[in-house]
Design a protein around this ligand. Structure first.
Ligand SMILES: [Mg+2]
Length: 301
């Protein structure tokens, strides 16, 4: 199968500014909504007693992005000695989301086609994980480990592959002695050789049918997962979300949200910080673990 590498029309520096501007426009409307709803929400619930922590994967649990690393892993050749084709594919998908040409769900499907074209398998996902091991936010993992010891339910919820999330969870369990109670994400299908054959269901931005593929928002996926895990009553008032970007804005409108602010933010992360789409914005620095724990577990007595 021939793979068409999308061409870039605008130089990188200008293009990234354009994407940032477009992202800003798309998010502004959502942001006003966010603040209105949030105003009402704050008056109602002031509790800081959490029983559930929902953690985003790309950019949060990992400093990097599994989709970008996956594409770089499968398309490592460099274009005129600069970027890998994998990065070029990724950038193209992101700018199509930013310009409104692709929905997030469409980008997930198109991205997956690039993986299938290279006959990617569970083994490739393990290969991507071994590249990303060094990007795990260890202070976050340590805080989650303490929270779990206090009886909280910790959920990893991602738009990326659930199988990848499960592989990461096994690795973290082995290395740090902490495992997520639940891993939710987009379900890929595999053949008997464990090669990816398609997308079974998507964790996306809302609940709908995408050309025969069921799509659920993170919130619906969490509710289903909780019910399946025997936790019928999931109380949003007692849940906290830890994320890096406005990708989770719909969820963030409804529960206490912590935004992690990385040292070198991407355009999407910058937009999220500028619009203050969270209750808490904390820097990824040497105080990260202490700051996280003072929010999640209450101040140290
Ligand atoms: Mg993220």
């Amino acid at each position: 199968m021939a793979i068409r590498i999308p061409r870039l029309k605008v130089p990188r520096a200008i293009r990234s500014k354009l994407s940032a501007a477009k992202l800003l426009g798309t998010v502004m409307k959502n942001s006003i909504q966010f603040k209105l709803r949030r105003g009402a929400f704050r008056k109602r619930y002031k509790s800081r007693e959490f029983d559930t922590i929902i953690v985003d994967m790309d950019g949060t649990l990992f400093r990097g992005d599994a989709n970008l690393e996956g594409l770089k892993f499968l398309y490592p050749d460099k274009n005129e000695g600069r970027k890998t084709y994998g990065e070029e594919i990724y950038d193209s998908l992101i700018s199509k989301i930013a310009s409104g040409e692709y929905s997030i769900e469409r980008a997930i499907l198109e991205g997956n086609k690039f993986l299938m074209a290279k006959k990617a398998s569970v083994k490739s996902l393990s290969g991507v994980l071994s590249i990303m091991k060094g990007e795990i936010r260890v202070p976050l993992v340590r805080s989650l480990k303490k929270a779990k010891r206090r009886g909280m339910t910790i959920v990893l919820a991602t738009l990326s592959s659930r199988t990848f999330g499960e592989l990461a969870n096994s690795y973290i369990a082995e290395k740090y002695g902490f495992g997520f109670d639940m891993v939710l994400g987009t379900e890929l299908s595999f053949d008997s050789q464990k090669a990816i054959t398609g997308v079974k269901s998507i964790v996306g931005t809302k609940d709908f049918d995408f050309g025969g593929i069921p799509v659920h928002s993170k919130l619906t996926a969490i509710r289903h997962g909780m019910a399946a895990g025997g936790k019928e009553f999931f109380d949003l008032k007692k849940a906290v979300l830890i994320t890096d970007s406005y990708g989770d804005i719909d969820l963030a409108k409804m529960l206490v949200t912590i935004l992690i602010k990385p040292e070198n933010p991407t355009a999407a992360q910058k937009v999220s910080q500028r619009l203050r789409l969270a209750d808490y914005i904390i820097r990824d620095d040497s105080d990260l673990q202490r700051n996280l724990e003072s929010i999640l577990l209450g101040p140290v007595k």
